[in-house]
Design a protein around this ligand. Structure first.
Ligand code: PRP
Ligand code: URA
Length: 226
């Protein structure tokens, strides 16, 4: 008997861009993920629905990010494993704060630091305003949170701050919802040991340094739009 045909994604959605840097770990391109991204990209999506879709993708990102943490064998009544080290989350404000809830759902009492970085609306250059991080951050694995990776300027500045606070780059995992080849390449050139877990790699940046097709201004859509 012939197998029923499997539902498949249209070719342009199924195809990951080639030549991604080796520190990039995209989520598998499933139909579910593609549908969530379609909802996020739609300009007609209300803020409530946008938050719902984004939170679902964030949860997938956190679960995958945790897979990159080392585990040690643990012997109880049976042989198992446990996480090797302590972790913390660090959100790049404002948009990165939207990912904190997903992290807390998976890691109950996780400590969370904040770094306020804003892109200049004219030049797209990232400016650091403020950082407040856990005192013992140098002893922790850091899950750095920001849903958008465009030029990479904001994430690179945030990683500079973490490194200044004693966190080695190989203990940083950047969780990101939409990225593009330009930003991924800039991150790899600056910090090749930082792992990047991204839900979707888009095509490119436009002249305004916005991601194409992208989803517009994530922070506005998640926090302040109608
Ligand atoms: C957005 C986004 C990233 C940054 C990405 O933040 O959340 O932090 O831009 O762009 P880049 O890779 O070119 O630096 P924005 O500064 O607009 O602030 P917001 O979080 O308040 O929206
Ligand atoms: N910030 C966003 O929110 N979207 C982009 O496309 C680029 C930067």
């Amino acid at each position: 008997m012939a197998c029923p045909q499997k539902p498949s994604l249209p070719a342009h959605l199924a195809q990951e861009p080639s030549d991604l840097p080796p520190n990039t770990h995209p989520l598998p391109r499933t139909g579910q993920l593609a549908a969530l991204l379609t909802g996020l990209r739609n300009k007609e999506t209300s803020r409530g629905a946008f938050v719902f879709y984004a939170d679902r993708v964030n949860r997938l990102l956190v679960e995958e990010g945790l897979n990159h943490l080392p585990v040690l064998e643990k012997c109880l009544e049976y042989n198992g494993v446990g996480f090797e080290g302590k972790i913390c989350g660090v959100s790049i404000m404002r948009a990165g704060e939207s990912m904190e809830a997903g992290l807390r759902e998976c890691c109950r009492a996780v400590r969370i630091g904040k770094i306020l970085i804003q892109r200049d609306e004219e030049t797209a250059l990232a400016k650091l305003f403020y950082a407040k991080l856990p005192e013992d951050i140098a002893d922790r694995y850091c899950l750095l949170l920001d849903p958008m990776l465009a030029t990479g300027g904001s994430a690179i500045k945030a990683i500079e701050v973490l490194i200044d606070h004693g966190v080695p780059q190989e203990r940083i995992i950047f969780l990101n919802l939409v990225s593009c080849p330009e930003g991924l390449r800039a991150m790899y050139d600056a910090y090749p040991q930082v792992k990047i877990v991204t839900a979707w790699v888009d095509e490119a940046l436009n002249e305004q340094k916005y991601i194409v097709p992208g989803l517009g201004d994530f922070g506005d859509r998640y926090f302040t739009s109608r």
